[in-house]
Structures are given as structure tokens and as C-alpha cells.
Design a protein around this ligand. Structure first.
Ligand code: UDP
Ligand code: MN
Length: 296
């Protein structure tokens, strides 16, 4: 795919004058390495849409629905059609061992869905681990020719409000809703030096959620490749990181800083009450009965 063009401001579009002095003061909206942290009120949705729409981008979304998790697809896809990258070319890649159970969803113009059959598994830890590998091979086989940006999302979730091109960037991660008020020594990083996901107590920026990875296809490709290699290296040493791929993701992002960080608006959890700094919940994990949906 050709490189994404530079931002061009749309001519004659009227929008509110940006201020140097007035904005969100209750949250931090830039990292110490100067990546934006995306919160409601830090961007103008109309302006952002008008900048990105003329680029005619294609967005890939990968989602795994293995075993009983196919039951989450309907709501995931229905709500994505309402809120996720509306007006953009979208290619959903649904990975499942039950292709006949994939619901038929009405997709709007420019949006496509392909079902890719993958093996099932009896261990959810293994499903989680294999995601990185399958995303990697599918990027090699097709996604790198079919899309500009990619989002890899958890299926046990729903969209509730706009998730648009304000989320696009070279390498995009989301702040986990459970830990953003904590100090780094309380983050559930992998703490055993024997693991390749190891992060010492005095390091770490944020705790990133494993339910979303995004960015340019090639940057996400490198991330999945590195995490996959480390996961296998650990497995060879009979070690499994505390939170599997999420631990490897956190380690990767500590030393390969994301160029854009999404606030917990972009990854909430339905069981968690909304906090005052979260003005809008855009995407949230549904409450699930683990005993009911997981193979073991
Ligand atoms: N997953 C799946 N089948 C399973 C377990 C996991 O398809 O049996 C996929 C699914 O996309 C899910 C993701 O792996 O959203 C992460 O697993 P899960 O949501 O159970 O982890 P949690 O969000 O609870 O940490
Ligand atoms: Mn999940």
C-alpha cells in the first residue's frame, strides 16, 4: 500500500478556533515523549474526519472468535458498524474455528468482512498466544496489500460511541482502564527476570490493555513478530508471562513508544463505574461468565 499522505486541512471548513490556553485540564493529553493521549475534548471530530476522509484509507480490523466466543460477534459487528471508523473503507478479518456460526451482518458501503478458519484450542492461554502469530501471517498473506491501518480488537466487547480517525497513528496503544490511577510498581507487568516480558519495578509508562493494538500495518506487523518470538522463547524455557500477550505487548511498548495513546474511553469494562475524567465510553468489554465461555 502507498504511504499515507500528509494531513491537509480542508478548505473553507468552519470549525471552532483552537486555543493555546483553554482545554482539558483534568487529564494529561500528551505523553513525556510527545505522543497525544486521546480524550474527549482534545480533538475536533468534524475537523479530524475532514482531514482523514479524503485520504481514502482502508482500515483492517482483526477479531478472534474461537469456540464459544462466536456468540460475541453479532454485537461486536453491529455496534462497530454504528460507531467504528464510520465512513471509512473497512475490512474485518474474523478468525474462527466455527465459520458457520459467524452471523450475517449488514455492512455499509465500502465495508467488507472475511472469515478465516483457524484451529480451535482447549487452552484460552494458547488462543491468546496464537493471536499474534495469526495476525502476523495474515498481514503477510493479505492485509499488507489490502489496508493502510490495522486494529486488532477483543471480540467480547461493544462500541458505544464514536471511535474515529483521531485514533490513527503509526503505533497506537490504549491505556487499560483498571490501572491508570496506579503507580508503576502496582502494574501487573511480568516481574520475573527469566521472562522476556520482564519489566523492573522502577520502569514503565502506562499499563496498556491487550484488547487493542493499532497502527500502520507494517508497525503492527513488527510488534506481533517480536512479541511472538519472545512468547516462543519463554515457552522454550517453560515460562508463560503473567498476562500472556498483554505482558509482551507492555514490554514491547516500553522500549518502542507508541506514537499515539488512546485514553481509557477507548477501552472500558462494563463492570466498572464511569469515572469523572471519562466523559464518554467508546468501547467496552462486556461482562462475561468465564466458566461459561472459556474451554477450561
Ligand atoms: N478468545 C477466543 N476464544 C477463547 C478465548 C479467547 O476467541 O476461548 C479471543 C477473543 O477474541 C477474546 C480474546 O481472545 O476477546 C482475549 O480473550 P479474553 O477476552 O477471554 O481475555 P480477557 O479480555 O478476559 O482478558
Ligand atoms: Mn476480552
Amino acid at each position: 500500500r502507498s504511504r499515507v499522505r500528509n494531513m491537509v486541512s480542508p478548505e473553507k471548513l468552519l470549525y471552532k478556533q483552537p486555543s493555546v490556553l483553554v482545554g482539558r485540564t483534568d487529564v494529561v493529553s500528551v505523553t513525556p515523549w510527545l505522543a497525544p493521549i486521546v480524550w474527549e475534548g482534545t480533538f475536533d471530530p468534524v475537523l479530524v474526519d475532514n482531514i482523514y476522509k479524503p485520504m481514502n484509507l482502508t482500515i483492517a480490523t482483526t477479531v478472534f472468535a474461537i469456540g464459544k466466543y462466536v456468540r460475541f460477534l453479532q454485537d461486536f459487528l453491529d455496534t462497530a458498524e454504528k460507531h467504528f471508523m464510520v465512513g471509512f473503507n473497512m475490512r474485518y478479518y474474523v478468525f474462527t474455528d466455527r465459520p458457520h456460526d459467524v452471523p450475517s451482518v449488514n455492512l455499509t458501503r465500502g465495508r467488507h468482512l472475511s472469515v478465516i478458519q483457524v484451529p480451535g484450542s482447549n487452552r484460552w492461554q494458547e488462543i491468546s498466544a496464537r493471536r499474534m502469530e495469526i495476525i502476523q501471517t495474515t498481514i503477510e498473506r493479505q492485509i499488507r496489500r489490502e489496508a493502510d491501518y490495522i486494529f486488532c480488537l477483543d471480540v467480547d466487547s461493544k462500541f458505544h460511541a464514536r471511535w474515529g480517525p483521531e485514533s490513527l497513528g503509526r503505533l497506537v496503544a490504549v491505556i487499560h482502564p483498571g490501572y491508570y490511577e496506579q503507580t508503576r510498581d502496582r502494574f501487573p507487568y511480568e516481574r520475573r527476570p527469566a521472562s522476556t516480558a520482564y519489566i523492573p519495578m522502577d520502569e514503565g509508562d502506562y499499563y496498556y490493555g491487550g484488547a487493542m493494538i493499532g497502527g500502520f500495518v507494517e508497525d503492527v506487523y513488527t510488534l506481533t513478530k517480536v512479541c511472538q518470538t519472545r512468547f516462543e522463547e519463554d515457552a522454550g524455557n517453560s515460562i508463560e508471562a503473567a498476562w500472556q500477550e498483554e505482558s509482551h505487548l507492555n514490554r514491547y511498548l516500553l522500549y518502542n513508544k507508541p506514537s499515539k495513546v488512546l485514553s481509557p474511553e477507548y477501552l472500558w469494562q462494563d463492570f466498572k463505574a464511569k469515572t469523572k475524567e471519562v466523559k464518554v465510553i467508546r468501547f467496552s468489554g462486556v461482562i462475561k461468565n468465564y466458566a461459561d465461555v472459556r474451554p477450561n
